[in-house]
Design a protein around this ligand. Structure first.
Ligand SMILES: Nc1ncnc2c1ncn2[C@@H]1O[C@H](COP(=O)(O)OP(=O)(O)OP(=O)(O)O)[C@@H](O)[C@H]1O
Ligand code: SF4
Ligand SMILES: [Mg+2]
Length: 328
């Protein structure tokens, strides 16, 4: 079956006084129906910008510099804004990394959620209110009745985050883009929220893109994982393969950086620094950090190739290793 979301060759650039920042560099990414896809990578790798592009919220000085985004076969980049607004919220929902700015400042948060139940689920006013309070409780907000009357500025960052998640869940979206939904939250609340996400997928068949720094969360929740480095998508695999046989040198370094309680090994941070994306040179952006770098890496960007079923990687070294490996 056709994936719910098909991102092809997507590039996003920011035109700044210093030059062009190539935040996302020609990435391909599919999100299948009903799956939870983890999107990982260090800070600045382009995870949020990718999600914002899908939600069509890249604002100047940012621009979509190329590629296409199809949602259920429809070309999102070609839709009039009014049509896109209908899709946002009703079919695609997003939990923003900075939730306070995404909430309406002049409407109590309970009213914002209730409105979604009325609009998207066809609930009566009383039913919408009941479900709002229930949802606020589910996302771990104490005293929902009282909190529902608060405005965004009266809530802490963590509370805003939970309200944003409640709003995203209230629309029963077909695709949820969740950008660091549990970062900064207390461990037990975070676990409760991840359970809600899993439950949304199981109950409604929704697809979820989970952006996170926490590879432990990815291992526990996701079906597949896409790894970004400096705006490039370097590896995409089912979660088991990615942790057992990471192929790209960057993914291997990331996996090695996970603290393991069952091992006596100290975790190693990924060596080197994320390169500047300002007028970035062609080729693989991991070249300056890569122990396996070849001459070609600095001039021509490696294409993605299939390593195994459900496992693709963009790297000359792993491609060469695969081709040179004995058959059988
Ligand atoms: N308004 C902007 N102007 C210039 N550059 C921008 C702008 N917004 C984002 N960028 C650049 O785009 C790149 C990707 O940013 P993005 O926010 O997507 O990273 P991220 O992977 O979500 O990081 P984090 O894990 O810290 O949230 C960064 O290098 C950032 O500097
Ligand atoms: S071997 Fe080349 S293509 Fe592969 S990660 Fe290293 S620099 Fe990039
Ligand atoms: Mg981000």
């Amino acid at each position: 079956m056709r994936p719910l979301l098909e991102v092809e060759n997507l590039s996003v650039a920011f035109d700044t006084d210093e030059g062009t920042v190539g935040a996302v560099d020609a990435i391909d990414l599919d999100v299948r129906r009903g799956e939870i896809l983890g999107l990982v990578g260090e800070s600045g790798s382009g995870k949020s910008v990718t999600a914002l592009a899908v939600f069509r919220l890249i604002r100047p000085p940012g621009r979509i510099a190329g590629g296409s985004i199809r949602f259920d076969g429809r070309d999102l980049l070609a839709l009039p804004e009014e049509e896109m607004r209908r899709i946002r919220g009703a079919q695609i929902a997003m939990v923003f990394q900075s939730p306070r700015t995404a909430l309406n400042p002049v409407l109590p948060v309970g009213r914002q959620i209730a409105r979604l139940y009325r609009l998207h689920q066809g609930c009566s006013a009383a039913e919408a209110r009941r479900r709002t309070l229930e949802m606020l409780g589910l996302v771990g907000i104490p005293e929902p009745e009282r909190r529902a009357r608060d405005y965004a500025h009266q809530l802490s960052g963590g509370m805003c985050q939970r309200v944003m998640i409640a709003m995203a869940l209230a629309t029963s979206p077909r695709l949820l883009l969740a950008d660091e939904p549990t970062t900064g939250l207390d461990v037990s609340i975070a676990a409760q929220i991840l359970d809600l996400l899993r439950d949304l997928g199981r109950r409604t068949g929704a697809s979820i893109v989970l952006i996170t720094h926490d590879l432990g969360v990815v291992a526990g929740l996701c079906d597949r994982v896409a790894v970004m480095h400096a705006g490039q998508l370097v590896e995409c695999a089912d979660v088991r393969s990615l942790f057992r046989e990471p192929a790209h040198p960057y993914t291997r370094a990331l996996v090695r950086s996970i603290p393991r309680v069952d091992r006596e090994v100290t975790m190693e941070p990924v060596p080197g620094v994320v390169p500047s994306l300002l007028d970035a040179p062609p080729g693989c952006r991991y070249a300056d950090r890569c122990p396996d770098v070849l001459d070609v890496c600095r001039t021509v960007k490696p294409a993605r190739s299939a390593r195994a079923r459900d496992h693709e990687v963009a790297c000359y070294a792993t491609e060469a290793a695969r081709v040179a490996a004995p058959r059988g």
